[in-house]
Design a protein around this ligand. Structure first.
Ligand code: SF4
Length: 336
């Protein structure tokens, strides 16, 4: 793995065994996250974005899937890491997670303090020995760390917030609590799964600003899953577009937004309300993973489809060094 990368996903495929047969939710997905960057992952619902996040966290439903490929994190393949190490050292510690819905993610019967302290009790504070006993002084130290974090994410009256219950906070404040939990152990990566979808527009903007500030302040890389190109444009350095479990296109955010190449990316961007006076959608639906179309999976919906598009899957073709890459026959002249 290159030194500038913190995460490298190689040829990742995830198959779920359903009643209708095997469903390939992810099909040879590749993705690279550099140190300190924010990578957006965009696509319609059902394109495999959340499955990608769950694969990295190792929380796919037990026994219901087969996973092939590699997920290299700081030089180690997470797919072959023992579960206990994954639970203790990686998930929630070296890799933080911000879920989609702050109303569901916090347990209503425990105080905010109990829930956030549990993270430090389980993983330990950065630099703390793993065989520590959970004494009063350790708990007091953890409590101070949580108060610092709540201040960092701008939760009002942080010290007293610890003794309050989730229902006493607004949606935006709950998302701030979850962000504090995600950064508690000084992660190297944060995986954010549509972190603003459940919030109103004004609060969304505040949370996006906060995420950007925290990523820079704590020097953390971020994988940001969203279907909203407004969010991508404001936050991410690069973006990966996924369609039906495959990578359709990726590159620097500015280039993808201003000069999208893949017909799916072009249509996805045109759907954003800021880009058009009319409400525009993409005709048709994302195919079910049990029986995806042959060749390019987008061909039944693609206005530019050629006869050859249904014959073979187009490879991901790269432009000049490290710029845009696109999986579409219309760009087959791009040198690989
Ligand atoms: Fe459209 Fe063909 Fe390109 Fe697929 S490969 S996006 S069907 S033109």
């Amino acid at each position: 793995m290159r030194d500038d990368l913190v995460l490298s996903v190689r040829d990742l495929s995830v198959t779920v065994h359903s009643d209708d047969g095997p469903a390939k939710i992810l099909d040879h997905v590749n993705l690279e996250l550099r140190r300190g960057e924010i990578m957006g992952v965009a696509g319609e619902s059902g394109c495999g974005k959340s499955t990608l996040i769950r694969s990295i966290l190792g929380i796919l439903p037990h026994g219901a899937h087969s996973v092939t490929g590699e997920i290299q994190f700081c030089g180690e393949n997470l797919l072959s890491m023992p579960q206990r190490r994954l639970e203790r050292e990686i998930r929630g510690a070296a890799i933080g997670f911000i879920p989609q819905d702050p109303y569901l993610a916090l347990n209503p019967v425990f105080t905010v303090g109990d829930q956030l302290l549990e993270i430090l009790r389980w993983h330990g504070m950065p630099g703390e020995s793993s065989d520590r006993r959970y004494t009063r002084s350790v708990r007091a130290r953890h409590r101070e760390r949580i108060i610092e974090l709540l201040d960092a994410v701008q939760v009002p009256d942080a010290r007293n917030a610890l003794d309050r219950y989730p229902h006493e906070f607004s949606g935006g404040q709950r998302q701030r609590l979850l962000i504090a939990g995600a950064i508690a152990c000084q992660p190297q990566i944060i995986l954010a799964d549509e972190p603003t979808t459940a919030l109103d527009v004004t609060t969304q903007l505040q949370i996006l600003k906060l995420l950007k500030e925290l990523a820079a302040r704590f020097d953390v890389s971020m994988l940001l899953v969203t279907h909203d190109f407004g969010v991508i444009g404001q936050l991410s350095d690069r973006v990966t577009i996924m369609y039906a479990g495959q990578t359709a296109e990726y590159g620097p955010t500015g280039e993808i937004i201003n000069d999208p190449r893949h017909p799916y990316t072009q249509m996805l961007i045109r759907c954003h309300p800021d880009r058009s006076d009319e409400l525009i959608g993409i005709p048709g639906q994302v195919p079910v993973p049990v029986s995806p179309p042959s060749g390019c999976r987008f061909h039944p919906r693609c206005p530019a489809a050629l006869d050859i598009c249904s014959a073979a899957r187009p490879p991901l073709l790269y432009g000049e060094a490290d710029r845009q890459a696109v999986a579409c026959v219309l760009y087959s002249e791009i040198v690989s």
